[in-house]
Write a protein that binds this ligand. Sequence first.
Ligand code: HEC
Length: 188
Amino acid sequence: MNSFELNKVVMALLLTVLIVMGINGLVGVVFDHEEMSSNAFPIEIAAAPAEGAAPKAVVEQGPTFGELLATASVEKGQKIFKKCKACHTTDNGGKNLVGPNLWNVVGRPKGSFDGYRYSDGMKSHGGDWTFEDLNTFLTKPGKFIAKTKMSFAGLKKPADRAAIIAYLRSLSDAPADLPAVAAPEAAE
Ligand code: HEC
């Protein structure tokens, strides 16, 4: 091998090294690029739903029944009770109309008012009229008590139910304690 041929071999080697380095360089660029875009992307994804989720959760949750009840107005409840007056008296010793007298109804056993003929569904349901049960009943009476005689569609607004239940609670010489509320300021 003469020096000229040796040069060719060295050149070929150098070229190979250059090509390999070039490919490495290219790979490096591609790799860097991908790494950058995959870093940036998930951060954006993580940020977007977090921002959107916060207000949505607040809207869906709203104040709890206990919170509404804690701040409910008895006067407002008394006004809404106009919807019930055709069928219920509220005074102590008041007579039964289409429905039973409601004096002292909070805490009293369901379907227990003396001298009133309740439906079988009401008589057999069991338990006392807790705030929670009144809330569920007044949302849709027929759904809570199967075949109830109370033909009333229900009160859709949670705040209206809380107000009327606050009013029912006031129909007593010793109103039942309100349920404990964890965060009263959330009811605003
Ligand atoms: C169309 C008549 C009618 C209207 C209006 C009506 N009720 Fe009644 N309610 C009844 C009847 C009838 C019953 C007995 C249900 C049964 O036996 O299944 C009853 C039962 C009840 C009971 C259970 C009482 C107990 O002694 O167990 C409560 C509480 C009650 N009503 C509250 C209300 C409230 C509050 C309203 C207004 C938002 C209302 N009702 C509107 C007819 C009515």
